[in-house]
Design a protein around this ligand. Structure first.
Ligand code: AVI
Length: 317
């Protein structure tokens, strides 16, 4: 059960350098959120999911536990479950345990070591399943392994990672999923719902400072990989609620006027100027339905928690 490797078109390091230099040369300095997830970033994100203020993970887990027997009625026999951005696959275990007619599980993730460990652990528990990990960035083109006797494919995209994508990225991703999943396709999508800033801000700026470390780790990564001289003490984490765009924005704010060298180039920061590092969109049912509909997916069923914090939807063509 060796993971299938899909090397990036150009080297990761070149892509990282290009994104950093391009992003930090914009009027509003910005960095794509995918670079938050090096090994340390992935570990910090796992800690975030366990924080008392970060409601999405535990709420989605509870919804999945409650809806899984209902969900099972809608999934045909010998289906393959394809998980986009699998990470530690914690929530997946609820599906693997209760969707008893699954024939295969394909976790897809960029982090190869993490993925291999997870796949091996799951294979021990679910020995009847054909587990085929794929190392790939699911937002770029990749091919799935042949899945022998699977009769249909069910995409799984939990955690509201969809909220970290732009409208265009969501459209491309949901459209590409048609090709991966084939004609007999279904899709289980987890997404975060619009709510009060009083709940959202602490969820993205926790008292223990784990989210701040997660955000600031990006500067450490740039120092390490691109030979830069950021002092992480020179920036502070900020989580902002943008009501117009219905999203939480993470920023790194420069606490002083300063000049940074990255890969031989100089970038100037004014005091108070920020680097925008992530968007985390919060949807209402209509906005997500429209995005899905535009990519030829219809929502068949939606499950939510009693406080309407989070939702899990089953989508079909
Ligand atoms: C991975 N993603 C869904 C998380 C979110 O809530 O948008 C990333 C995150 N950023 C800060 N805290 C969590």
């Amino acid at each position: 059960m060796l993971a299938e490797k899909h090397p990036p078109a150009s080297s990761e390091l070149d892509a990282f350098e290009q994104d950093v230099i391009h992003g930090l040369s914009q009027q509003q300095k910005t960095l794509p959120c995918r670079w938050l997830y090096d090994d340390r970033g992935s570990q910090l994100f796992e800690r975030i999911t366990q924080l008392p203020e970060y409601y999405p993970t535990r709420t989605e887990t509870a919804i999945l536990k409650n809806c899984v027997s209902d969900l099972a009625q809608h999934i045909g026999p010998q289906a393959a479950l394809i998980e986009y951005g699998a990470g530690a696959s914690v929530k997946t275990q609820i599906l693997l345990k209760h969707l008893t007619h699954l024939s295969a599980y394909v976790p897809i993730d960029v982090s190869g070591d993490f993925l291999e460990d997870t796949a091996q652990r799951l294979q021990q528990t679910f020995s009847h399943l054909n587990i085929q990990p794929v190392i790939a960035d699911f937002t770029s083109p990749f091919t799935l392994p042949a899945l022998g006797n699977s009769r249909s494919k069910v995409g799984f995209f939990p955690g509201s990672t969809i909220g970290n994508l732009s409208d265009d990225e969501i459209h491309s991703f949901l459209t590409a999923a048609h090709q991966h999943l084939g004609d007999n396709r279904q899709f289980i999508l987890g997404f975060d719902l619009h709510k009060s800033a009083d709940i959202l801000i602490p969820a993205y700026n926790d008292a223990a400072g784990v989210t701040a470390c997660f955000n600031l780790n990006l500067l450490d990564r740039i120092n390490r990989e691109l030979n830069a001289n950021f002092s992480t003490g020179g920036f502070k984490h900020d989580a902002r609620w943008n009501e117009n765009e219905s999203r939480i924005e993470m920023h790194l704010v420069s606490i002083a006027k300063q000049r940074i060298t990255i890969a031989g180039k100089t970038i100037e920061f004014e005091k108070g100027e920020s680097i925008h590092t992530e968007n985390s969109r919060k949807f209402c049912l209509d906005s997500i339905k429209t995005l899905c509909h535009n990519a030829n997916w219809a929502m068949r069923k939606v499950w939510m928690d009693s406080d309407n914090l989070f939702a899990v939807a089953l989508m079909e063509p």
